[in-house]
Write a protein that binds this ligand. Structure first.
Ligand code: CDP
Length: 214
């Protein structure tokens, strides 16, 4: 599952994984963890590949990865091909051998359908109107930061979208065989229902389209 910032792909991926009994990997967290660790190490981008290569599972459990600063740092390290290469095997292993014996995995990010798992049986590209995305992110951030400002968030999302789409290494792009799902006017339940009716019949060994997964 891929899509721009705050398009709804994270909640959707989590809910789909629950419904299907699959493992879920938010690959954005990996880039956020590299970005945050780089800031702590002084911010020299040349050190990002070595930080990515040494990333440990507990780094993804940090409480500060959801901040706007972490998102922005993530998109700056994510343009570096050596950083992406260092994180690729790890993501592929998760997809092919999901933890806890799960029968499958849902990964969400920017390049899952195009680079990490081009062979995935079900790909979804999630989009939404930029203002709706900014409002969603504002509501999330406001819970921990009462000073979160909608205009600044919108500017940050647009900047990040531009950087993610324009970069040479694994840019944000819809895979040819991905379903385009626009969540602008959908509730999360409606988005989950549409995503599952597309994905379920494509998942071998998974629930059939007629199974009551929703
Ligand atoms: O939650 P949100 O959609 O705002 O962002 P995220 O999924 O946590 O990703 C943060 C940043 O990491 C993105 O802006 C991308 O630059 C980068 N990223 C990436 O390059 N490739 C991925 N598979 C996932 C994230």
């Amino acid at each position: 599952m891929d899509g721009p910032a705050a398009s709804g792909k994270g909640s959707l991926a989590r809910r789909m994984a629950q419904k299907l009994g699959y493992a879920h990997l938010d690959t954005g967290l990996i880039y956020r963890a590299v970005g945050v660790k780089l800031i702590e190490a002084g911010g020299d981008l040349a050190r990002a590949p070595e930080i990515a290569a040494a990333l440990a599972p507990e780094d993804l459990a940090r409480a500060d990865l959801r901040s706007a600063e972490a998102g922005s740092a993530a998109s700056r390290v994510a343009v570096i091909p050596e950083v992406r290469a260092a994180l690729l095997d790890w993501q592929r292993r998760f997809a092919h051998r999901p933890p806890y014996g799960a029968a499958g995995a849902v990964l969400d990010g920017r390049d899952i359908g195009t680079v990490v798992c081009p062979e995935a049986p079900a790909k979804i590209f999630v989009v939404a109107d930029p203002m709706v995305r900014a409002e969603r992110r504002w509501r999330e951030l406001r819970e921990t930061d009462p000073s979160a400002d909608l205009k600044t968030i919108l500017e940050d999302l647009l900047l990040r979208d531009a950087r993610d789409s324009a970069r040479a290494a694994a840019p944000l792009k819809q895979a040819d065989d991905a379903l385009l799902l626009d969540t602008t006017n959908l509730t999360i339940d409606e988005a989950v229902a549409q995503a599952l009716s597309f994905a379920a019949p494509r998942l071998s060994g998974g629930p059939e389209a007629s199974d009551p997964v929703v």
